[in-house]
Design a protein around this ligand. Structure first.
Ligand SMILES: [Zn+2]
Length: 171
């Protein structure tokens, strides 16, 4: 039997293939949105409800800045929920996605943009720092992950706390 981790890795690979297929089919940039939190949290019902709800916020933010992504795929697999959009301007979409990721609740999602030539744009392409850590707020989350600065339960509760604040604000 496959381990949960292996199933999540397979799911991630499948999602990557789906994205490549969408770019090939539409010949347009694709924005791939996923949850940015530990997998155990990503799979919870609360996180999935949050994910669906924040898509609307993401799209409002894009539309307000004259970018109009079209949702072409969404679902949930062993790696968590995901949504994919096609759009017409990869640079603009990435710049706006970074701005959204840097908001309080946007910190809980990853919005990756791959252009029509299959190049995945990065924050550094736009002179942006890497993302801050959800737990301690320090500058580079990757450092915390590499150094294992936080206990899994602290990371989980920091993410869940943000989700709860989001849900509270919506009511
Ligand atoms: Zn940290």
């Amino acid at each position: 039997m496959k381990s949960e981790i292996q199933m999540a890795l397979d799911a991630r690979e499948e999602r990557w293939n789906q994205k490549q297929a969408l770019i090939g089919k539409h010949r347009m940039p694709v924005i791939s949105v996923t949850l940015r939190m530990p997998r155990s949290v990503r799979m919870t019902e609360e996180a999935c409800a949050f994910f669906e709800s924040i898509q609307a916020d993401f799209i409002s933010h894009m539309n307000a800045n004259r970018c109009f992504p079209l949702r072409v795929l969404s679902g949930k697999n062993a790696d968590g929920p995901y949504c994919m959009y096609i759009c017409d301007d990869a640079s603009k979409a990435k710049r706006l996605s970074i701005a959204f990721e840097d908001t309080r609740f946007g910190s809980l999602i990853d919005a990756d943009v791959t252009d029509a030539a299959f190049y995945e744009l990065s924050r550094t392409d736009f002179g942006k720092e890497s993302r801050t850590c959800i737990v301690c707020g320090k500058e580079d989350a990757r450092v915390c992950i590499r150094l294992q600065s936080h206990l899994a339960e602290d990371t989980n509760s920091a993410c869940l706390e943000l989700i709860h604040q989001y849900i509270k604000g919506r009511k």
